[in-house]
Write a protein that binds this ligand. Structure first.
Ligand code: AMP
Length: 216
């Protein structure tokens, strides 16, 4: 199954995708993680894209499309994949169509107040990338990842000023993808109105949708 997770920053795409990865046995591909890895490794590409990412702006399409195209060529993507954070522009969606078929686009709808509360309380593991929330999904031991014992940190772009910019960028560049995929009859909406809804509940809803598609 080839899945795209769509939704604003803080909608829970990464949290749900990492759980779907376990249930479905297909890779969770986060272009945001790929961008952060390049920056951390201080590659030439990393140095180039840091300026955009730090400000909450999108990395230019040609760079991110190339990164994703290379990732999708890897053998673990043959059976399927879960894309998290890609596509983010119509141009990227058109490029993706040339690279691979897509079976479903899961559109996670979340009110703005939840997004802001989520992002300002989100911490991520430096080592394995697991995502926690200091209000709703606390690690067992403060500052330490339950999975691997890695150190938890607040992402630079989860600071209030950058969050606002990322939301603006989402509205302008990414939201048009909802109509784009609805017109192609690929879109399935998932609504989450309550900050305290456990991820398992949403993941179960997504799995139900996927089951129905598979049966068709
Ligand atoms: P994320 O973790 O998905 O919120 O992504 C973090 C940052 O990486 C974004 O704010 C962008 O700067 C960059 N990024 C990730 N995915 C994309 C994409 N598909 N297109 C452009 N920039 C991206």
């Amino acid at each position: 199954m080839k899945i795209v997770m769509l939704g604003p920053p803080g909608a829970g795409k990464g949290t749900y995708a990492s759980r779907l990865n376990v249930s479905l046995g297909i890779p969770h591909i986060s272009t945001g993680d790929m961008v952060r890895d390049e920056i951390k490794a201080q590659t030439e590409l990393g140095k180039k894209i840091k300026q955009y990412s730090d400000k909450g702006e999108l990395v230019p399409d040609d760079i991110i499309i190339q990164l994703l195209a290379d990732r999708l060529k890897k053998p673990d993507c043959k059976k399927g994949f879960i894309l998290d954070g890609f596509p983010r522009t119509i141009n990227q969606a058109e490029a993706l169509e040339k690279i691979s078929r897509i079976d479903v686009v899961v559109n996670i709808k979340v009110p703005d107040d939840i997004i802001i509360t989520r992002l300002s309380n989100r911490v991520t593991c430096k080592k394995c990338g697991a995502i926690y929330n200091l209000l709703t999904l606390k690690p067992k031991k403060e500052g330490i990842c339950d999975n691997c014992g890695g150190e938890l940190y607040l992402r630079y772009d989860d600071k209030p000023k950058v969050i606002q910019e990322r939301l603006n960028v989402y509205r302008k560049n990414t939201e048009p993808l909802i109509k784009y995929y609805r017109d192609k009859r690929l879109l399935k909406d998932i609504q989450c109105n309550d900050l305290m809804t456990p991820p398992e509940v949403i993941v179960a809803q997504i799995l139900k949708i996927l089951e129905k598609i598979e049966k068709k």
